[in-house]
Design a protein around this ligand. Structure first.
Ligand code: THU
Length: 136
């Protein structure tokens, strides 16, 4: 499959799951779809909560789906949300992605009324702390 075809599949998966996002408080529905090392696409949406701080973002939902499905590493991740601005992962999600991805892992951020931003985890989270730091 070409990279463009993969990105189309990731976009479609992110948009399909975004429609199911539970975001009654912000109204900001987010979808994340990732290509894992097992060649499969895993997706997740944000899940808000009446106790606002315990809501979670779309990215950890996609990561949980990956692990549950047998994937171990993120090869590429696509995030979609409303509006024109690229929906970039929040700071906490950058660190969550970091756990399962390399600095050169592509992260595509898309506000669906605008153009996608193609970046990498390393650009979003330079000089990051990760599992390697804990190897003794
Ligand atoms: N959100 C995500 O799902 N991912 C991000 O990286 C940015 C923010 C969600 C959290 C909350 O449910 C809504 O977007 C508004 O912040």
């Amino acid at each position: 499959m070409t990279r463009a075809a993969i990105d189309t599949s990731l976009f479609e998966a992110a948009e399909a799951v975004r429609a199911k996002a539970y975001a009654p408080y912000s109204g900001f529905q987010v979808g994340a779809a990732l290509l894992a090392d097992d060649g499969r696409i895993y997706a997740g949406c944000n899940v808000e909560n009446a106790a606002y701080p315990v809501g979670n973002c779309a990215e950890p939902s996609a990561i949980a789906a990956m692990l549950a499905g047998g994937g171990k590493r993120i090869e590429r991740i696509y995030v979609t949300g409303p509006g024109v601005l690229p929906v970039t992962p929040c700071g906490g999600c950058r660190q969550r992605i970091r756990e399962f991805a390399a600095p050169d892992t592509p992260v595509i951020c898309h506000g669906v009324d605008g153009e996608p931003l193609y970046t990498t985890l390393g650009e979003l989270l330079p000089h990051s702390f990760g599992p390697d730091h804990l190897v003794r």
